[in-house]
Ligand binder design. Structure first.
Ligand SMILES: Cc1cc2nc3c(=O)[nH]c(=O)nc-3n(C[C@H](O)[C@H](O)[C@H](O)COP(=O)(O)OP(=O)(O)OC[C@H]3O[C@@H](n4cnc5c(N)ncnc54)[C@H](O)[C@@H]3O)c2cc1C
Length: 591
């Protein structure tokens, strides 16, 4: 079973992402290194001892819907209450409303461990934390006073309601309707699908953040507003009042994350007998500016979903490593014991395990570096703030998509390492693969993340932000070269070639956009994000190895550089030369 790799996580945070230097520079308020270590250790203990043991029941029993009420898997409600009593929901929440205001770096590291314990459990609080951030930034003081404290503590949970049957990636198509009421509130009508924890039995109240359109709103994304719609209206003394006109009409049966209820929510259909027609909602931010408010929540959630990819990959690696040391088959040159060798002695199994380990470590480093950029933006002003904001924007789609793609890859290799035992359910390898598969889809599909990276993030500051980032990666490769450590083998040269490939692809994509060849840029978006992730991840493995020259870190960096990062060259060729062949072959696809 999963054991939180607290030391590895702390090392990556401190020496790769920049936690240590930020602490030393006094940029993280009262937080000390000792306190950070203690928080990580306790979050890891909770993940290992409390969440992970309830993973299996969540997967096997799942959440159940009966007469619009959801029952979560046995033991999960109690688990949630132990978790909020430990103050974990409040970790990164605003201090004004009872939160601990801790840095993003610690929050995402804790999130990784909780998701490794059970992703279907951790996704619920993740959405609450996103709702807290959106309300804190955009809601009126009255709404904040009524809802934030309870959301920060976890007494109530939050949800995110964007998707409708005809509006998935394209939110411009959404139809949910909002009408102005005379008392300044709104009435919401419509259907939302796939709403995570839309209904649950963890908390007495649920605070839905809902995108809807006013009757006189402009078409498209410029006509979308964001509303807060509670399950129960809240009385002026903070107690729960009338049941609102929103209910869960059905729950999806899905490939994985069975413990997480995925709900179809109906607003304003006459469910509440105590209310005239319509679900009562309150505007967040300004009318027709809802998408910008929701993006606060979505950006937070994108990095959090990236952590799910890292988390599943780590859990899958640990399972596969444990199995490979137990299962015996065949003879192996490196094994001197009696009888058949544990399969971990076979070079092919070793390749699988090291691929899993190095991809996981590289994705973790990217995601934590993104969190570091968010913390640095929070701690700085002026041009420096802009720099860190842009850095976080650049890394967010990579952290989301690269991590969740490798989450699926690593979970799949984990099944392979188990052989036939991986394909049947007992070992738990298969359920991790089933869980992993959703993360590249929700919170903006990975295709959409790649487009975001290419169309919106590369042009930041006229391409200066990405150029500076690539030079930072080059600096790491140069340092590897100068280190003269024999354990690095050909790492420096391999990294430099890969960085050159990233530079070439970046220049091509920026030029394609400047020259009006947007379709060529779109054609290369997904291979570009993979290229970016591989090069950044490989460089971060080198940074980790340089930080303590531990032989196993140096060896892992070398393995990645000499075995995996070579893909960068073909990805670049695909980006700069693949658009024409794609367009030519695509003529056969359209019905
Ligand atoms: C388990 C689960 C939980 C979810 N939780 C929530 C939730 O809590 N709240 C919520 O609002 N939603 C939620 N969703 C919905 C999820 O965010 C959407 O499924 C996702 O955004 C994709 O939308 P779609 O399914 O309509 O796919 P589509 O948008 O139809 O996409 C289908 C394919 O086409 C591609 N595509 C679409 N448009 C473009 C384009 N312009 N360019 C290139 N490629 C494109 C996509 O990348 C994808 O591969 C959840 C979904 C699931 C399955």
């Amino acid at each position: 079973m999963y054991r939180a790799p607290v030391d590895e996580i702390a090392f990556t945070l401190k020496h790769v992402a920049g936690l240590k230097s930020a602490l030393e520079a006094g940029l993280l308020g009262d937080l000390s290194e000792d306190l950070a270590d203690a928080i990580l250790a306790e979050a890891g203990r909770f993940a290992t001892e409390e969440i992970a043991p309830l993973y299996k029941v969540g997967d096997q029993r799942g959440a159940v819907l009966k007469e619009a009420e959801v029952t979560t898997p046995p033991g999960w409600k109690e688990l949630y209450h132990r978790w909020i009593e430990g103050g974990w929901n409040a970790l990164s929440g605003p201090e004004e409303f009872g939160g601990q205001g801790l840095p993003h770096m610690l929050a995402v590291a804790a999130l990784e461990m909780w998701n490794s314990g059970a992703m279907a459990f951790a996704i619920g609080p993740t959405l609450t934390m996103g709702a807290v951030e959106a309300l804190d930034k955009h809601a009126s003081d009255d709404l904040k006073a009524t809802y934030l404290e309870k959301l920060v503590s976890g007494e109530w949970m939050g949800t995110m309601n964007l998707t409708e049957p005809q509006a998935g990636s394209d939110l411009a198509a959404l139809k949910a309707r909002a009408e102005r009421a005379e008392d300044g509130t709104y009435r919401i009508f419509g259907q939302k699908i796939f709403i995570t924890y839309g209904e649950q039995d963890f908390t007495d109240n649920i605070v839905h953040l809902v995108l809807a359109r006013l009757p006189d709103a402009p078409a498209g994304t410029r006509g979308i507003s964001l509303f807060l719609v509670p399950k129960f209206l809240v009385n002026s003394d903070g107690t729960l009042g009338t049941r609102n006109d929103v209910f869960c009409a059905s729950m999806e049966h899905k490939l994985g994350i069975h413990g997480s209820p995925t709900c179809t929510m109906i607003y304003g259909d006459g469910f509440s007998k105590d209310l005239p027609s319509g679900a009562v909602g309150w505007l967040i931010g300004e009318e027709n500016k809802g998408l910008a408010c929701m993006f606060t929540m979505m950006n937070n959630a994108r990095l959090a979903v990236g952590m799910q990819g890292v988390a599943i990959a780590e859990a899958a690696y640990q399972r596969a490593l444990g199995y490979a040391n137990e299962r015996r088959q065949g003879k192996a040159a490196g094994f001197e014991g009696e009888g058949m060798a544990p399969i971990v002695h076979h070079p092919d199994v070793q390749r699988n395990l090291l691929t899993m380990k190095s991809l996981t470590a590289s994705a973790r480093a990217i995601a934590y570096s993104c969190a570091h950029a968010l913390d640095m933006a929070h701690a700085s002003d002026g041009a420096e703030k802009l720099h860190w904001q842009e850095r976080a924007s650049l890394l967010t789609p990579v952290a989301k998509a690269f991590s969740t793609d490798i989450g699926v890859d690593v979970a799949s290799i984990g099944v392979q390492v188990h052989g036939g035992m991986g394909y049947i359910e007992e070992t738990g390898a298969a359920s991790l693969l089933r869980d992993a598969r959703i993360a590249p889809i929700y919170e903006g599909t990975n295709g959409i993340q790649s487009i975001d990276l290419v169309l919106r993030k590369l042009p930041q500051s006229d391409g200066e932000q990405v150029a500076a980032y690539i030079e930072e990666l080059r600096g790491i490769a140069n340092e590897v070269g100068r280190s003269n450590l024999p354990g690095f083998g050909r790492s420096a040269a391999r990294l430099e070639t890969a960085i050159e490939a990233l530079k070439s692809a970046t220049d091509y994509l920026i030029n394609a956009q400047n020259e009006g060849r947007g379709e060529d840029a779109l054609a290369g978006a997904t291979p570009y994000l993979r290229l970016f992730g591989l090069v950044a991840g490989g460089s971060y493995l080198a940074k980790a190895a340089l930080a303590d020259s531990d032989a196993s870190r140096v060896a892992l960096c070398r393995f990645f550089a000499e075995n995996l990062i070579g893909e960068a060259v073909t990805l670049n060729e695909c980006i700069v030369g693949g658009a024409e062949s794609l367009a030519a072959a695509a003529t056969s696809l359209v019905a």
